[in-house]
Write a protein that binds this ligand. Structure first.
Ligand code: HEM
Length: 370
């Protein structure tokens, strides 16, 4: 997508596509503007579901504040020892083997196990929980002859099962509150009202789906950057204090979420074009993060880039709630990879297998040897 973005930034930075009936926005300042100006560009793009992602302020603020306390850097930091432990266990499975799939063996299971623990899902249900969450985010299994319709049907059924499951967990925690997120949601009040069961279920579901695939892709994309540049891997191994900055640069250079959608609610000018009320707007985060008027050598991965004002976690009121958790998980995972495994390289003859999707940048498998 990156060549296409570059071309669009140069020739059509804000354009209406009559075929898709929507605007595309490619420049950093325009993308930031659309994401922060919620009075002109609404997140309420569908009426389907209750979710903070698709609410506008002031309602959005009320509901987001219920969960935001659990996701501050300080709150998630309490979880560092558990993330450490889980990562260690996953890596211990493969250290003797001399090879692994970075996605299947580490980047994929880690975020699901972590969010299950945060929500307070009982240990014995974890395997089932992981299978469900894999199912709701997976793509069509073309190799086995699956059609998109079959996928949708299967995912609807699994969503139903997840809701039934969470209903039971919620009932349990009503009777026995614990120190976990579901218990916190049960205790929360919005304008003196407790959340309804539907609202509780939607919150659980959102936390389950919003953070898993994105964090998997961040860890995977980082691996691909380090595999493509052995010199960067060498520098990081010599000085692990460079790792947090290296991960920020992965977020900029290979943004896991490439685009977001809004709907224009009042006529607004963007880089000389008038977007009309009612029209959908796609903002290209991956393009904004390579805007050469903002980032020097934008098409290069620069290990010590500073400043690095990427918008991989969005901007404005919907700025990613899970950013501190995603940063913590990826820092611990990659640090332990460097500490526990010797120098890693791509497995001979096998290339990382990219996710084929315009909206997501990531890999389905990254076979490596060490
Ligand atoms: C929102 C990216 C990890 C939970 C967002 C948004 C982006 C984003 C771009 C803005 C959506 C919008 O404006 O419409 C990412 C990336 C991640 C990541 C790149 C990993 C590298 C996580 C994790 C969690 C999480 C680990 C939670 C466990 C959320 C939630 C929202 C959100 C709940 C909605 C916030 C709101 O509407 O106020 N994320 N995310 N994310 N993210 Fe993340």
């Amino acid at each position: 997508p990156f060549h296409w973005h570059e071309e669009m930034r140069k020739n059509h930075p804000v354009r209406f596509d009559p075929q898709r009936n929507c605007w595309d926005v490619f420049l950093y300042n325009d993308v930031k503007r659309v994401l922060s100006d919620y009075e002109s560009f609404s997140s309420q793009t569908s009426l389907e579901q209750f979710s903070i992602v698709s609410m506008d302020p002031p309602k959005h603020r009320l509901y987001r504040s219920i969960v935001s306390k659990a996701f501050t850097p300080k709150a998630v930091n309490d979880f560092a020892p558990r993330i450490h432990h889980i990562t260690n266990e996953l890596l211990d499975e493969v250290t003797g083997k001399g090879e692994m799939d970075m996605i299947a063996d580490l980047a994929f299971p880690l975020p699901t196990i972590v969010i299950a623990e945060l929500l307070g899902v009982p240990k014995e249900d974890r395997e089932q929980f992981k299978q469900w969450s894999d199912e709701v985010v997976r793509g069509t299994d073309i190799a086995n002859g699956e059609t998109p319709e079959q996928l949708i049907k299967s995912q609807k059924q699994v969503t139903q099962e997840i809701f039934e499951y969470f209903t039971k967990v919620i009932e349990n925690k009503r009777r026995n509150p614990r120190n976990d997120l579901i218990s916190a949601l049960l205790a929360a009040k919005v304008e003196e009202q407790s959340l309804s069961l539907t609202e509780l279920l939607q919150f659980c579901f959102l936390l389950l789906v919003a953070g898993n695939e994105t964090t998997t892709n961040l860890i995977g994309n980082a691996m691909v950057c380090f595999l493509n540049n052995p010199d960067i891997q060498k520098q990081l191994r010599e000085d692990l204090t460079l790792l947090p900055g290296a991960i920020e640069e992965v977020l900029r250079y290979r943004s896991p979420i490439q685009s977001l959608i809004r709907v224009c609610v009042r006529d607004t000018e963007l880089s000389g074009q008038t977007v009309q009320a009612g029209q959908p707007v796609i903002v290209w985060i991956g393009s904004a993060n390579r805007d050469e008027t903002i980032f020097e050598q934008a098409n290069q991965y620069i290990l010590r880039r500073s400043p690095n004002r990427h918008i991989a976690f969005g901007n404005g009121p919907h700025f990613c709630l899970g950013a501190p958790l995603a940063r913590l998980e990826s820092n611990i995972a990659l640090r332990l990879v460097f500490e526990k495994l010797p120098f890693i390289s791509p497995k001979k003859g096998i290339k990382p297998n990219p996710v084929k999707d315009m909206l997501i940048h990531g890999y389905k498998s990254i076979p490596i040897a060490f």
